[in-house]
Design a protein around this ligand. Structure first.
Ligand SMILES: Nc1ncnc2c1ncn2[C@@H]1O[C@H](COP(=O)(O)OP(=O)(O)OP(=O)(O)O)[C@@H](O)[C@H]1O
Ligand SMILES: [Mg+2]
Length: 244
């Protein structure tokens, strides 16, 4: 398997502070990589940099060996269709209905798709996450957990090969969380790539081929999923790091 995302000497500065400094990492295609670590450690920032959603102050990020910042419009569109992101705060468009939130990616990426086909895909994606309420509501009417379901279903609509997931089971009840975990596992079993952030060590153990400990904007430890599963001392150490 090759490298799907490569971060080369990436730095990110916000409010004159280095949040990430000279970070390099290669994410393997077809694998699940988990970013774990304490709150404020830089997991979301690194995930967004890897997804090309934040622009590095220095360094570069490559998707399938193409520098994301140098992509032309059509390359960028293709990248966005293939690599989707579930945000920690769901990031639904507040002034659009749930239906419009779901419809937008299909309109952007498949402008020729007829409305009945769009609706079929939307219904299918919502059925998978078992969301059944009125789609004409605005996101603010939904609970945090319901917003997560919609954001997740929206990310799956264009059938991505690479999923970026930032705490995508947070605020969900156990049933809903398990449903999303099963979808993600099935997605991975088809050979797709996952790069995800989670505070849930059980979930990390279940899904991750690689586990990266992120502290102060740096990758301070890299383990394989197998190491984490077999070494209880290491698992305890990681757990402490996650919850510190
Ligand atoms: N745009 C920004 N402006 C100022 N500070 C920022 C910005 N983006 C990130 N930071 C800071 O960088 C640090 C890392 O933030 P980040 O959101 O990446 O952490 P995290 O590991 O995802 O935390 P959590 O587990 O709470 O989600 C934090 O101290 C945060 O305040
Ligand atoms: Mg975060």
């Amino acid at each position: 398997m090759g490298i799907i995302i490569e971060m080369q000497n990436v730095s990110f500065i916000a409010e004159k502070q280095h949040i990430v400094q000279s970070l390099s990492y290669q994410f393997e295609e077809g694998k699940a990589t988990a970013l774990v670590g304490p709150s404020g450690g830089g997991k979301t920032t690194i995930l967004k940099l890897a997804a090309g959603l934040l622009v590095p102050a220095q360094g570069a990020v490559y998707f399938q060996h193409e520098d994301i910042s140098l992509m032309n419009r059509s390359q960028r569109l293709k990248f966005r269709r293939q690599a989707t992101f579930v945000f920690q705060d769901s990031a639904l468009w507040a002034n659009q209905s749930l239906y419009q939130n779901m419809e937008m990616p299909l309109r952007i990426h498949f402008p020729q798709m007829p409305k009945p086909e769009r609706d079929r895909r939307i219904n299918e994606a919502l059925a998978e996450v078992a969301y059944q309420k009125d789609l004409m509501m605005r996101p603010s009417k939904l609970s945090m957990g319901e917003q997560k379901l919609i954001a997740f279903a929206r990310a799956m609509l264009c059938r991505p090969v690479l999923l970026f997931l930032d705490e995508w089971t947070e605020s969900l009840d156990d049933h809903a969380a398990q449903r999303l975990i099963n979808i993600v596992k099935a997605h991975k079993d088809k050979g797709n790539t996952l790069i995800f952030v989670s505070h849930d060590l059980r979930l990390v153990k279940y899904l991750a081929d690689y586990v990266l400990m992120v502290t102060s904007g740096a990758i301070t430890m890299k383990l394989t999923g197998a190491q984490l599963a077999s070494d209880t001392d290491l698992a305890q150490y990681i757990e402490k790091g996650i919850y510190s």
